[in-house]
Design a protein around this ligand. Structure first.
Ligand SMILES: CC(C)(COP(=O)(O)OP(=O)(O)OC[C@H]1O[C@@H](n2cnc3c(N)ncnc32)[C@H](O)[C@@H]1OP(=O)(O)O)[C@@H](O)C(=O)NCCC(=O)NCCS
Length: 169
């Protein structure tokens, strides 16, 4: 579903109602590694996280993904509009989030926050005590708004500056 510019501007202006709108109009789901929906997520990640920096996922990049959890948000037309990966450590105390991305025409509408809050709730259900991630500097303030704190020094990954961030649950 493509939103008109007018709709996007209206939703951006009415912050409280836009959050309510997305909470009722979208669906959160975990998808199976290797499924059709997993492949859609992979395409979204490739298009938005790798192609803009001139890179592409390699077999080596993807080889551990079978051991990770794959979450997404569907729009009202059941099309994928956001996704993120979660890796739980052996004793289920820590979760590493990876490669969060919201499809560009849905950015700024509360979808990223919604996806994160659903995954955080899933983590709490497992008994996870801490969530960590490596944030692109361009997304650092987004994670700050979700309650994450910076930890450590900046480093380069896939050509971009990143910083480790954590949140204690
Ligand atoms: C970063 C990203 C996941 C955020 O998702 P989103 O749906 O656009 O974010 P939301 O609309 O849920 O925003 C939640 C809050 O964070 C803020 N925010 C969102 N992106 C931000 C950014 N890049 N910098 C600063 N603040 C940001 C919003 O203004 C909003 O603040 P508010 O609650 O005070 O209104 C999304 O913009 C994206 O996919 N970016 C490109 C890929 C990327 O950088 N992924 C992160 C890899 S580490």
């Amino acid at each position: 579903m493509q939103l008109s510019l007018q709709t996007i501007l209206r939703l951006r202006k009415k912050r409280s109602s836009r959050r309510y709108y997305w909470r009722v109009a979208t669906r959160f789901l975990e998808v199976q590694y290797g499924s059709i929906q997993y492949m859609e997520m992979l395409k979204l990640r490739e298009r938005e996280l790798r192609m803009p920096i001139g890179l592409s996922f390699t077999t080596c990049d993807l080889k551990t993904e079978g051991a990770q959890h794959h979450f997404g948000i569907l729009n009202t037309d059941r099309q994928l509009c956001a996704c993120v990966l979660a890796l739980i450590d052996g004793n289920e105390e820590r979760c590493q989030l990876r490669q969060m991305v919201v499809e560009p025409s849905y950015q700024g509408l509360g979808v990223g926050r919604l996806l994160y809050e659903k995954v955080e709730s899933w983590c709490r259900g497992l008994g996870v005590h801490q969530i960590q991630l490596n944030a692109r500097l361009s997304a650092k303030d987004f994670y700050g708004k979700l309650g994450f704190s910076e930890c450590g020094v900046e480093f380069n990954h896939v050509t971009l500056p990143h910083i480790k961030m954590t949140k204690v649950l």
